[in-house]
Write a protein that binds this ligand. Sequence first.
Ligand SMILES: Nc1ncnc2c1ncn2[C@@H]1O[C@H](COP(=O)(O)OP(=O)(O)OP(=O)(O)O)[C@@H](O)[C@H]1O
Ligand SMILES: [Mg+2]
Length: 508
Amino acid sequence: MIGEFLVEMRNISKSFFGIKVNNKINFTLRKGEIQALLGENGAGKTTLMNMLTGVYFPDEGDTFFKGKKMVLNFPGDALSMGIGMVHQRFSLVGNLTVFENLILGHPKNKFIINVAVEKILIQKYMKQFDFHINLDAIVDELPIGIRQKVEILKMLVREVDVLIVDEPTTVLTKQEADNLMQILRNIANSGKGIIFITHKMSEVFQVANSITVLRKGEKIATVNKEETTPNELARMMVGKEHNTTFNLPKTKKIPEILKIENLFVNSNNGVLAVKNLSFNVAGGEILSIAGVTGNGQIELADALTGNRKVGSGNIKFKNRDITQHSPKKRIDEGISYIPGDRINVGVAGNRSVWENLIMKVYRLPKFKKGLLLNNVKLKKYAEKIIQKYDIMMPGINLPALLLSGGNLQKLIIGREIERDCDLYICVYPTRGLDVGATEFVRNSILNLRNKGKAIILISGDFDEIFGLSDRIAVMCEGKFTGLFNNGDYSLEQIGLMMSGQEIENLEN
Ligand SMILES: Nc1ncnc2c1ncn2[C@@H]1O[C@H](COP(=O)(O)OP(=O)(O)OP(=O)(O)O)[C@@H](O)[C@H]1O
Ligand SMILES: [Mg+2]
């Protein structure tokens, strides 16, 4: 049942460096309501929510919470009033347990904590909303889907009335996402209000009651789910409709750009993560690696890029053994990496947007002026990528960390694709991107293939895998349970391989 107003934001505006990223926005949320907040990368979704939670102050406009004007003086004020947000970038402390994270910073726990009582209380919430989490587990050792739930549970324990979740499903598998949405439904049914930011239209229709669409800092509309369609929402977001079909033209394969022989790689905690893998990737082909997250894909990618030591085995790139080469050497040799972890691996967050864009090419002779760097030329190079990849932000001197989630991803993709490499290792390249940007990035990857580049695509998105791959490998517990041409096996069969069934044991 949808009840009275919890939140009313009236006429809210915000500018950064003279650029309006929220312009006179009106936004309301009621009890029991799940409202989706939709919009392209950089539309202003996270910024609007950051004002509701007191991270930023609006330049104009007022916010009312349960009918009263909100006055926020300190970070944390919104949370103690009952508005909590789970951010695009998680905020848990990795080396503490779930329980410690849940009670950490809880205003109620300033003095003495009665562990037994607190645990009983937390169990109560878990039962009410159908969470299954081991409170004594170390957060770093948990799969990302569970960590996400811990973040949400943390807000529930603080008894928020309004829960904001900013793209919570980007890092989840389909099952995990479905489960999370069921939990969001339970939470809303208990009378709380939820603001759900997502780029996935199917999720909007699965779980939301109403939808607000932002475009370039303007509110376009708020509509009830029953009264709209995915096409209409897409039109509102971008001003036009998108159609995503790809064709893979035949390419001339350049044999063995990458050759892996009997590769063994350990994970962080010393367990074998990659177990005796051997495979090749040719120029002009995309080899996708599908699998449930945490089955060795990231360790494999890290080993190929030199960011993780190889236990034993060989990596040959263009017929040269590069197993012992440093990450820097591999970059110069022509291996490109689009990592899954944008913030920690993808960029130097405190450095400017333009410095991040040139950081892998500035040593090239064409960017030198005598012994010095040709900054004019470098900035031009950066600006060209910004335009081509439509990276939206207030200025090229902005620290990369302040880009919107999707624009940060575009920065990395643009930087990597514009370098002329022979091998591209792309890990979840379209995570967090809006529909238009996703299509653009997928086409860019296809173009690389058509130009004869070798591509490894680690992805969890089957539209992407089936749409782009020449061959598909399925990884489970550090091994390939299947390696075959795209089209040879169905999604269902791939699902079985993902859960450990070897390809030979499948009936085709
Ligand atoms: N602290 C800041 N300083 C300067 N600019 C900022 C800051 N925070 C956000 N911006 C800019 O405001 C704009 C809107 O960003 P916001 O994060 O709200 O977008 P978003 O709709 O959440 O996009 P995404 O889907 O990519 O996460 C972007 O251009 C971003 O670079
Ligand atoms: Mg955002």
